[in-house]
Design a protein around this ligand. Structure first.
Ligand code: PLP
Length: 346
């Protein structure tokens, strides 16, 4: 079987991207060493490159974004501290409660606004005064993009200034910060401005098979290295993976604009179908409301057409470097045909 071609169109997530021939060649040629000893030249190169690219003193390569976020929370917050975070945020909702389980860190979840932001007034109101009855408010954690929505640079500046003025540190879950930067036409440094630390996923739309980076001040990253080891994230000849990440950062950032264009085209095509309600994508992720009665049959029709998607009442569709403009046309055609028949049958 060809290792880089796909047997289906996969719209479930941008985590499904496969390394192409150029990335595989970079991995094949990577110099390696034992990274726990700091000896892996490819890991060291990637960490230095990322620190420079995102505008931080240092960076740390780890197996996953869940781990880089957890390391950040563990360094920012001690036992009995709390972090302010959106109800919809990955660090709160989708990381198994790791900060509470492993760090005795209390989350203070706050409702996200429809645009994905947390209202500045809510941030201000939830920061607790220094009082023995309360957990110590220590950190504001934001996410960009969140559910495919972009938090603009102006909002980020206001939110991080507010947090800093009240004595809180700031962490950005930037799993898809490159999508946010490309969408806004700003540099990666501008997109992370105001945040003391940022976590970046290499294994989403950037197309690397494995890995995330935590960027921050040098002393912070040194502490993070201890936590990474404790969490089992100290990897040995990890340069094979770092080389893929290096290739991803050097070659796959600007092309995210193609994924955004494909998402827009897909949404436009689907918006012609009367029975479904299609949100306008800002980046590569968007949602389609499907009538409940059509969900099971739609899922079956897509599977029949070799299209993978997370089908439900609130269907999530994600474009990425494994989805072409031709794929988009095919998906629109399959949806259109399905709803034509479904209309006729109901
Ligand atoms: C994917 C993702 C992460 C990290 O996920 P891993 O699968 O652990 O790498 C963190 N935050 C957001 C918003 C994500 O989408």
């Amino acid at each position: 079987m060809n290792q880089t071609t796909k047997p289906w169109i996969d719209l479930r997530s941008d985590t499904v991207t496969l390394p192409g021939p150029a990335m595989r060649a970079a991995m094949h040629g990577a110099g390696v060493g034992d990274d726990v000893y700091g000896d892996d030249p490819s890991v060291n190169r990637l960490q230095d490159y990322a620190a420079e690219l995102f505008g931080y003193e240092a960076a740390l390569f780890a197996p996953s974004g869940t781990q880089t976020n957890l390391i950040a929370l563990l360094v920012h917050c001690a036992r009995g501290d709390e972090y302010l975070v959106g109800q919809e945020a990955h660090t709160y909702k989708y990381e198994g409660g790791g900060a509470a389980v492993l760090g005795s860190i209390q989350p203070q979840p706050i409702a996200n606004q429809p645009d994905g932001s947390i209202a500045l007034a809510d941030i201000a109101a939830y920061i607790k005064p220094d009082d023995m009855h309360f957990a110590r408010s220590r950190l504001l954690a934001l996410e960009n993009t969140i559910g495919g929505r972009v938090l603009g640079a102006e909002y980020m500046a206001a939110a991080t200034s507010l947090a800093h003025a009240r004595g809180l540190a700031t962490h950005l879950d930037g799993a898809r910060i490159c999508n946010a930067a490309v969408k806004q036409g700003i540099s990666l440094r501008a997109a992370t401005a105001g945040f003391d630390t940022v976590s970046v996923c290499l294994s989403k739309g950037l197309g690397a098979p494995v890995g995330s980076l935590l960027c921050g001040p040098r002393a912070f990253i040194e502490q993070g290295k201890r936590w990474r080891k404790m969490l089992g994230g100290g990897m040995r000849q990890a340069g094979l993976l770092a080389a893929a990440g290096q290739h991803a950062l050097e070659h796959n950032v600007e092309r995210l604009a193609d994924d955004h264009a494909n998402a827009a085209a897909l949404a436009q095509g689907l918006a012609q179908i009367a029975q479904i309600k299609v949100a306008t994508p800002q980046t590569n992720i968007f949602y389609v409301d499907v009538p409940e009665a059509a969900v099971d049959a739609l899922r079956a029709a897509l599977t029949q057409a070799d299209i993978k998607a997370t089908v439900g009442k609130h269907t999530r569709l994600v474009t990425h470097l494994g989805v072409t403009a031709a794929d988009v046309e095919h998906v629109v055609a399959v949806f259109t045909a399905f709803f034509k028949d479904w209309q006729a049958a109901t």
